[in-house]
Design a protein around this ligand. Sequence first.
Ligand SMILES: [Fe+2]
Length: 284
Amino acid sequence: MPDTLPGVLTWPVLPAQPGQPITLLQLTDLHLCESAQASLLGVPVESSFHAVLAQACQDFPDATACLLTGDLSDDGSEAAYQRLAAHTQSLPWPVMWLPGNHDDAATLQRVAAHQGEWGAVRCFAAGEWRVILLDSSVPGEVGGALGDAEYRLLELALMDSNDCPALVVMHHPACDSGTRWIDGQQLADGERFWQVLARYPNVKALLCGHIHQDIDRRVNGLRWLASPSTCVQFMPGAVAFQLDSASPGYRWLVLKPDGSLDSGVKRLPAGAFPVSGKHGEAYS
Ligand SMILES: [Fe+2]
């Protein structure tokens, strides 16, 4: 088990040089299916995920950890999680798994828990930073909510964070993105979320998936980051469901000891894994 810090919660500590920045990679909305050959809207999801991960490994060989932030499987199938586990097991970094609305959270957590000590970790220390992973999935619902158990974890973690700069991570957004058909799927209990965060100014940033877009803006005094999917992308600002022809990608984050944060998105070359249409049935 990694080193831990004393306190109310267990805070596994990422291996890192003291005083050095920590690089995290976020891969989100993989939508892997029971069949490894499956395609969604023309994109072979397993191949596009492998290509994005290979690109991330090449771009950031010295990254410290990787966060998989929901919709890891499109159909919640155990086969998809087992193949994901087999594929990520050889990575040189700890990999943390979070569920999204497409996942079967119980199956995901069971497979993640067998991924060594990091797969099912819900909060960890990353240098000077504290990172808190919340499950915003609601069985049978597309939209998200945290509910009492996740709010208890959030409160405990923030109380225990000793004013360290904190990053909160979950699948669903907690505010409007400007893409109207997705905005109704944000946290149903988001008002409570912002009330909690208002009491902890050490929370510097919020990172999510779900909206299959690159967003980097300030919301309620924090930096809000959302990220492209490793398969299909959604058109920013669309009123109704619309695909974007942007390529699959991932996000990198550098957490600095002074509490500042650098982040950006990298995508596969234009034209890699084109989608088969721009309109269709809503799919998030
Ligand atoms: Fe998704």
